[in-house]
Design a protein around this ligand. Structure first.
Ligand SMILES: C[S@@+](CC[C@H](N)C(=O)[O-])C[C@H]1O[C@@H](n2cnc3c(N)ncnc32)[C@H](O)[C@@H]1O
Length: 225
């Protein structure tokens, strides 16, 4: 199975550095404004939060600051990511971080126990997303939130321009990486994501494009209040 690294052509260290460097832009003020307005009201004061494909664990660090009494878990298939996360300093709740392949093993959580499961820029690399979504659906508490934040298809010209102008890649780099990654990043439309979530028994309550390249979906188990 192709890994995230083989698809992106990055080494683990390259990907780690890129995730750290781009974190402030990816999870900036607009992200947190959306989170505070649309996700926070759905969570209890002491939530159990899971980040799948947590990367360097920066999102978990910031969620732990917002919910100091939360129980946090982060899983990632890349050991360098987990190692980095374990070395961070945490002002709030500290996450338990584990190397874990979401396509190979069930989540080590009982059914109906997670109040928030987050997945950011991960699901598009998974060959078969439905079993992973079924596992997320299994661990979500009634009314629990699946926060999916992932790439959505855009025209090739705007994707290449976005790499050059927003990611600040030199033209030759944005072309080289851009043509290789376009099929990966342009895999699903927003409608495709909605369809996948519905197939997995997850009802979309909100969706927003905080960044042009990505769409954020707030989904809860279908049929739950
Ligand atoms: C683009 S990075 C995003 C990291 C983090 N979510 C963020 O937004 O900063 C994708 C992450 O997904 C992880 N990943 C890819 N496939 C995975 C899998 N099957 N199971 C667990 N993690 C996976 C990679 O190791 C990488 O850390």
């Amino acid at each position: 199975m192709p890994t995230h690294q083989s698809l992106s052509g990055s080494s683990d260290e390259d990907l780690l550095r890129r995730m750290i460097d781009t974190y402030p832009e990816r999870f900036g003020q607009e992200y947190w404004a959306f989170f505070d307005g649309r996700v926070d009201p759905l969570l209890p004061a002491t939530p159990t939060i899971i980040d799948l494909g947590c990367g360097p664990a920066l999102l978990l660090r910031d969620l732990g600051g917002r919910y100091p009494r939360a129980t946090l878990f982060g899983y990632d298939v890349t050991p360098a990511m987990i190692e980095h996360g374990r070395g961070l300093s945490y002002a709030g709740a500290k996450p338990a971080l584990h190397v874990h392949d979401v396509t190979a093993q069930p989540l080590p959580h009982a059914a109906g126990t997670a109040h928030l499961v987050s997945m950011s820029s991960v699901l598009h690399v998974v060959d078969e997303p439905l079993p992973v979504l079924a596992e997320i659906r299994r661990v979500l508490a009634p009314g629990g939130v699946f926060l999916l934040n992932d790439w959505v298809r855009q025209p090739l010209a705007s994707y290449l321009a976005w790499r050059r102008d927003v990611m600040d890649e030199p033209e030759d780099v944005s072309r080289r990486r851009g043509f290789r990654l376009f099929p990966v990043h342009a895999k699903y439309t927003a409608d495709d994501w909605q369809w996948l979530l519905a197939e997995a028994g997850l009802a979309v309550r909100e969706q927003v494009g905080v960044r042009y390249s990505h769409r954020i979906f707030v989904a809860t188990p279908a049929g739950a209040a």
